[in-house]
Design a protein around this ligand. Structure first.
Ligand SMILES: Cc1cc2nc3c(=O)[nH]c(=O)nc-3n(C[C@H](O)[C@H](O)[C@H](O)COP(=O)(O)OP(=O)(O)OC[C@H]3O[C@@H](n4cnc5c(N)ncnc54)[C@H](O)[C@@H]3O)c2cc1C
Length: 378
């Protein structure tokens, strides 16, 4: 498998990189780099810049504004945005509610909600979790009772990220509690956060930040036209959505940027007259092995098997520097390692490292170094 980018992909990466250099506002970039809390206006400012460019929803069908990029281009785009310190795109509308509407929504629902999600007119949040219904989500109790052309909703959601900013919430509600299977009788409702009877209360996190909330529903009347898919079939919708949710957690580009910063700091900060990066340990982990481990964890996402690292020996040496890599290692990995100041020792194949591993405490293969990573057989 060839994991290097093709010349077309590199040209695409350069186009995205150049555009980000020109169009990412410096104040937003600085705020992201310094881990500042972004306001709704700031999040939406970036959203709308991308929407104007036509790059806000690459994965959407082209007739709704998708870019028709292939999966590699989408990956490159996300990586470059993260690396450039662009604000995150809040996924609840773009990458959770929208795919659900494409799959299960009526034409009316698509026309009503999708263009507003695209333009950033509506800010969405996710109403799945409840007190005592987290991992065991299907036990949820927020009730929606049909009353004419409305549902009347009563109950509570919790951990609702950015509910205090949201215009809309997509919610799992129980429309039938008399069924044996708790996954049955759940429905998927779209609820306007301005509807009377909704109260949002902040949940302060350990660092004092306000990101998550409790959301209370007290006789909230929701048009039945806001039901997505069939009544009682919300579990099917919920599972489909979760497939998209799990796609969003990689943060490869942002992790690479943060790793660069870690390297800079470790090279600049001094201990006993030496840069931290050059300080060795006596058997325990050192800054350099820590940095390398993080780098491997990050690169692991798109490199797969093939990196073998002499971590134990690095621990033993005051001036650690050697990394063993397979000869067919993608150029981007070897150059990343070289940039970090490591000498590379090339081996024809990982089997050779496997043999070296038989000297306990001296050399080990990547699978151990990466906690049982993708390489196997050694
Ligand atoms: C920062 C943050 C943001 C969030 N944002 C949202 C959001 O926007 N919308 C939303 O709907 N939800 C949100 N969540 C909720 C999140 O999805 C839940 O935290 C998650 O579903 C787990 O539920 P819980 O916290 O109630 O933990 P619990 O279900 O109580 O689990 C606690 C622990 O017990 C373990 N455990 C549970 N059941 C079992 C079992 N049967 N066997 C073995 N171990 C078990 C779990 O793995 C976990 O370690 C957010 C959570 C956080 C922390």
């Amino acid at each position: 498998m060839d994991l290097d980018y093709s010349s077309e992909e590199l040209a695409f990466r350069d186009e995205v990189r150049g555009w980000l250099r020109e169009n990412l506002p410096a104040d937003l970039r600085r705020k992201v780099e310094s881990y500042g809390a972004l306001s709704k206006d700031e999040l939406l400012r970036w959203h709308r810049i991308l929407a104007d460019k036509g790059w806000i929803a690459p994965a959407w069908p082209i007739e709704w504004g998708g870019t028709s990029w292939n999966v590699v281009q989408r990956y490159i785009f996300e990586e470059e945005c993260g690396y450039a310190a662009a604000p995150p795109l809040i996924p609840f509308g773009l990458a959770m509610c929208a795919p659900v509407l494409f799959k299960f929504g009526t034409e009316d629902q698509k026309k009503r909600f999708l263009p507003r999600i695209y333009r950033g007119d509506d800010f969405w949040c996710q109403g799945y979790s409840e007190p005592s219904s987290g991992s065991d989500l299907a036990s949820l109790r927020t009730a929606a009772v049909r009353d004419g052309d409305r549902y009347v909703v009563n109950g509570q959601k919790t951990w609702t990220t950015l509910a205090h900013m949201a215009d809309w919430i997509f919610c799992l509600v129980r429309t039938d509690s008399a069924l044996d299977m708790k996954q049955e009788g759940i429905s998927f409702l779209l609820i306007d956060m301005k509807t009377p009877g909704i109260t949002v209360r902040p949940l302060r996190l350990m660092d004092g930040g306000h990101e998550v909330n409790e959301v209370f529903f007290d006789d909230v009347r929701v048009p039945a036209a806001n039901l997505v898919f069939e009544e009682g079939k919300g579990w099917t919708v919920a599972k489909y959505l979760l497939g998209y949710e799990r796609m969003n957690t990689g943060r490869i580009g942002a992790s690479k940027r943060e790793l660069e910063r870690l390297k800079e700091l470790a090279a600049r900060e001094m201990k006993n007259g030496k840069p931290l990066l050059a300080v060795g340990g006596s058997g325990g982990p050192t800054i350099v092995t820590g940095v390398l481990q993080v780098m491997l964890d990050v690169l692991d996402f798109h490199l797969g098997p093939g990196v073998a690292v002499d971590l134990p020996r690095i621990h033993e040496q005051a001036a650690p520097e050697t990394v063993i890599v397979e000869e067919k290692m993608p150029a981007q990995t070897t150059s990343a390692l070289t940039q970090m100041g490591y000498r590379l020792r090339m081996v024809p194949m990982l089997g050779a490292v496997g043999a070296l591993k038989t000297e306990p405490g001296k050399l080990k293969g990547a699978a151990d170094a990466r906690k049982g990573g993708t390489a196997s057989g050694y």
